[in-house]
Each structure stands twice: as structure tokens, then as C-alpha cells.
Ligand binder design. Structure first.
Ligand code: ADP
Length: 271
């Protein structure tokens, strides 16, 4: 594994299928998109299951998965590859996107809008019927095999005008909207992932509904399924309920003392 792979997080091979609680027809849609060689865009708030969904589907389809968490310094070369000095020689080292194309794997670009603009230039010929990855530096033009798939995600909640996905990019993808799971499914997810019993998982999910209702007025984002699982895990480990809830459902969400007071009130009313 080279350092680009490690940074990008390759997973796959004959591993267990990661647990994913299906919400609607998203698994079938993913499979159809894969079979039809169509790229997929997942929209939704942070911590609502997008990454787990892609991990689950990659394992089901038995394809290696390359996950890249995009950030504002991420360039096209971080995805395609670069020449590196090794043992006194310059050697070309594939980036995660190139590896996924060569191997017929799934490349998942998380929060793609964060990446530099030159990333879009690389993605365009890959996301239309050409399915080409041009590697300028090596002079190669890679034709993506049938089992290569590109999946990207973004969180519409974070968007501001400079960072929205351009129509010319987003209209190249089949898109799936994600949201926090409905209460019964979220309860099962929280219980299973944290080990918490069903009544307490139910209480956490009910509390989440109340906290999420505050979104927009006081909070930028509603509490995520991920944070509910953290809360459940701490409670399960013996942390007193209110302390666990404060550390996972209040502090990560806001620094504003008034908003925190509102959230704490909702906590006390629940526990
Ligand atoms: P995102 O990629 O949307 O930020 P993740 O996929 O990392 O979110 O989800 C956060 C955590 O929530 C996961 O690690 C998993 O434990 C849990 N989770 C959320 N939705 C589901 C689901 N539908 N099935 C199973 N686990 C889920």
C-alpha cells in the first residue's frame, strides 16, 4: 500500500459486509447505477449514513472501495497520482481514483465540493459516456472498465454560493437524497451500533427529534445519527446519561451559551 492509498483509505477484498439499515430503495438504485455504469451523487447532512451505505454496497458488489475525504487543498493530482522520488528514481504512483479505475473499483469522494476546481476537470470525462481518465503527466488515457464506479457526496447544508456544485457537474450524476433515518430505523441503528438497550435507544431518538426541530432557528445542523451512537456508546460504557448527552449532543453542536441552555433543557426534560 503506498501513502496515497493509506491516506485515501482502501478497503475491500473478501471482508464482511458492513451493517447498513436500508431506508428505502437506495440499495437497489445503487446497484442499478453500478450496472448501468452511471456515477452517483449522495446529498445529505453529515453523519446520516452515506459513507456506511457506500461501504455496504461496495462489499455487496465485491468491489474494492477507495474513499477520499475531500478538503480545500485537495487537487486533481491527489486523486490521479504523481511522480515521487523512490530509491533515487522518480516513479509514477497512482492516486486513489486511478487505482479504482485500473482495478475496476468504487471511488468515493466525500464532500466533493470542498476540493479544488481542477478536480472537476478530471471528473468530467469520467462521468459521461466516454468514461475516460486522462493522465496528463504519464500521457495515458485510461478507459474505465465496466465495474468502475464514481460516487460523490456533498452536504447541501454547508453550501454557500461559492461552493455549490455547478449544474454542469451535478447533472452528470444520478442523485440520491439522504436524511436522518426514520425513528424506528434510527433506534435500531443506535441500539445495534452502541449496544444500548431498545428503551434507552428510543429515548435518544425521541430526544434527537426535539433537538433537530431547533435546527435553522438556533443550530446550523441537526444532531446526527453518528452523535446519537456516540452518546449511546458512552452511556453503555457507564458515563452518566446527562454527562454523555452533554458531551455528544450539546457541545459538538454549538458554542453559543444561550443555544446550549436550550439544548440542555431538552435533555433534562428527557432524562
Ligand atoms: P456520513 O457519511 O453521512 O457523514 P456515516 O455513514 O459515517 O455518515 O454515518 C455515521 C454512523 O452512523 C455510521 O458509522 C453508522 O454507525 C451509523 N449509521 C447511520 N445510518 C446508518 C444506517 N442506515 N445503517 C447503519 N448504520 C448507520
Amino acid at each position: 500500500m503506498n501513502h496515497l492509498e493509506m491516506a485515501a483509505g482502501r478497503s475491500g477484498g473478501a471482508t464482511q459486509i458492513p451493517y447498513y439499515q436500508s431506508i428505502g430503495g437506495e440499495c437497489a438504485l445503487f446497484q442499478h447505477a453500478f450496472e448501468q455504469r452511471l456515477p452517483l451523487l449522495l446529498k445529505g447532512p453529515t453523519g446520516c449514513g452515506k459513507t456506511r451505505f457506500v461501504q455496504h454496497m461496495a462489499a455487496r458488489l465485491d468491489r474494492p472501495l477507495y474513499t477520499v475525504a475531500c478538503h480545500d487543498d485537495l487537487t486533481a493530482a491527489d486523486l490521479t497520482g504523481r511522480f515521487l522520488l523512490r530509491d533515487g528514481e522518480t516513479q509514477w504512483v497512482d492516486g486513489p481514483l486511478t487505482r479504482a479505475v485500473r482495478e475496476g473499483g468504487i471511488c468515493y469522494l466525500d464532500e466533493v465540493v470542498e476540493a479544488r476546481k481542477d478536480v472537476t476537470v478530471v471528473l468530467h470525462p469520467l462521468t459521461d459516456d466516454r468514461r475516460l481518465l486522462p493522465l496528463e503527466r504519464t500521457g495515458e488515457q485510461l478507459q474505465a472498465p465496466d465495474d468502475f464506479m464514481l460516487v460523490v457526496s456533498y452536504n447541501p447544508g454547508y453550501q454557500h454560493i461559492l461552493k455549490a456544485l455547478k449544474p454542469s457537474t451535478r447533472q452528470r450524476f444520478v442523485a440520491l437524497a439522504f436524511d436522518f433515518p426514520p425513528p424506528e430505523q434510527e433506534r435500531d441503528i443506535v441500539a445495534r451500533e452502541s449496544g444500548l438497550d431498545t428503551p434507552r435507544a428510543t429515548a435518544l431518538v425521541n430526544l434527537a427529534a426535539r433537538l433537530r426541530a431547533l435546527k435553522g432557528q438556533d443550530l446550523e445542523e441537526g444532531v446526527s445519527t453518528r452523535l446519537l451512537i456516540y452518546c449511546g456508546s458512552l452511556i453503555q460504557a457507564g458515563v452518566p446519561v446527562l454527562e454523555a448527552a452533554r458531551a455528544t449532543l450539546v457541545e459538538p453542536l454549538t458554542d453559543d451559551a444561550d443555544v446550549q441552555a436550550g439544548l440542555l433543557e431538552a435533555l433534562r426534560a428527557t432524562f
